[in-house]
Each structure stands twice: as structure tokens, then as C-alpha cells.
Design a protein around this ligand. Sequence first.
Ligand SMILES: [Ca+2]
Length: 194
Amino acid sequence: MKISFFFHLFVSLPAFLIGVATAEFLLGNGRAEQTERPIVLKAHTWPTIFNSAYEQTHASPRVSDGPTDMIFFSPSTEQIDVMLAWIKSRQHLQYIPEANDCDDIAFEWRVLAHRWAIENATYGAPVSFCAFIAYVKIYPGAFDGAGKTVGFHALGLVRDSEGVFWWVEPTGPLKVKVLEAYYENTIEAVKIVW
Ligand SMILES: [Ca+2]
């Protein structure tokens, strides 16, 4: 199913109904007054995130899929790098087949990414964070040559403030633009887990 068809059926209509199809929000300070660090968040509603995620990953959207929140903040690329280091120092990376393998490590990465956002970027403002995970098929050469094997894998998926989605290896600071990996045929998206 092409995204255009899906978009018209399931994105345009609810977006029209709530009247915020691609609006950008300038949010208030959240709890910034408590942090003494005034912030203004530029965020997007979920149809923008949803549509661009499927356009860039080329994953097939499903009726039951979709973000679970309404408004999302996207970090700068500099913030993403800071976040990845923050996450790595807090992860449980002991590999245990089935029990703590790539899918489990990716889920933990997703939880930590959202925690990083609350504590270091959005400061309690009522806005979600553009970090998700996805199941993919990965090929040798992925992540600028770091990938050596072929197989199914779970990756982090982050949207930056310019609207560019990045694949992130949850066990380390490797990241690559989704579209770059797509055109290099190194990472094939199977399913976005919102
Ligand atoms: Ca597992």
C-alpha cells in the first residue's frame, strides 16, 4: 500500500478534523521556571511525524500503526549525539539470547531516549519525543561500513529538528540517515514500532 493512499484515508481525515495537519507549535516553558533555563519548543503534530517517517523509511504503514502521542519535539543533531552518550552510560548491554537481545536492548534504548528528553530537552513540557524503534533487515556495510553481517535487527529511529530521520544502533553511538541507508541498500525497514 502506498503512503499516499494511506495518508488520505487515515491521516488527512483525522488531521482535518482536529485542524492541525502540519502546524508547528511553539510551546510554553513547561517546568522551565524550575530549571531556570527558559526554553521554547518547536514541535509537530503526529500526522507530520507519521507521514515523514513512512516516506523516509519506506516501511509499509498498517491501519493499527501510529504514534501514541499527539505532539512531538525533534532534537538537533548535536542533541542526538549528547543523548546517545547519555543513554549508553545507563544501558544494560549484557547480551542474552532471547532474554536481552537486540529487540530488548532497543526497547530499553527507547525508554532512555524519552527519559533523556524529559530531563534535558523538554523539561516536563507536555510534548512527546521523536525517538522510536523499528525492526529492520540489515546488510553488510550498514552504518558507513561498520555493519558486517546480514539479518533481522532492531534499531532506534530518531527525527532531527530538520525533519531528517536517523537510524541509530542501540548498543552504540552509530547513526546514519534513513534515506542514505535506503539508497545504499544497507538497511531495509520492516516495521516501525511507535
Ligand atoms: Ca528478545
